[in-house]
Design a protein around this ligand. Sequence first.
Ligand code: ZN
Length: 278
Amino acid sequence: MFGLAILAIATCVGPTSGTEKLPEIALIIDDIGYHYENGRSVIELQRPFAYSILPFSPHAEKLAHLANALEKDVMVHLPMEADHANHLLGPGALRFGMSRTEIENSLIDSLAAVPHAVGVNNHMGSKLTREPEPMRWLMHAIHERGELFFVDSKTTSHSVALSSALRADIASTARDAFLDNVQTRPHIEEQLRKLVAEAKRKGHALGIAHPHPTTIGVLRDWEPSVTGVRLVAIGDYIEAHQHYGDEGPAATALRLAVSECGNESSDANPTENPNAQR
Ligand SMILES: [Zn+2]
């Protein structure tokens, strides 16, 4: 009996034992690659943001190398067909109706166009991310490329991208809030406050912003530690807070261990942000 009690306590003694565990926030800056100066400014902010770069954009390679040289995480911002405004997709877009081979080849080309990429998230995609079959093909192709993670940008509340990624056994999560769909300082600051509140509610939260001058100004002034959260790199965030499918006993055991230790609410359903639809 005594031995069992020791075991139960030991289960909850992890790397955070003895230190205060602050809620964690990660931020991805999307749509990098078309404006060199804006891209450079946001990459040079002294924060562990991730930079998601549009494949085949004119400054993709140069900005990817710059981010990597500054030890920032680089992602591929993979264009996917939307319900509207598909003229904004840019080259390398995955579209409904493409064959499995076309999707796989397009992914390979996009990954090659963005050096140093450690993960993928969708650019637009309100149409394609609702479609189970192309999402299944895509996630299997991402899984075959090695240690890449996936972030569902959640451009539609009906996205199946995250569940497809989980079924393909990819480390993955979904964004909680877009910060700058309205590019005014008060709006962006309010979205940051909501993101912090969400992180405090569930222990972690993921935001997405864009390289607009107003956003860059707000992020330059933002002091996450003052608000009682810790800003972490996306790789660390995914490792600590990825969603878990029901595919493997190890994943299930880890999820149970975390929730039993009381520092994590169930994250089976990613938070919906009704203001975040594109
Ligand atoms: Zn985008």
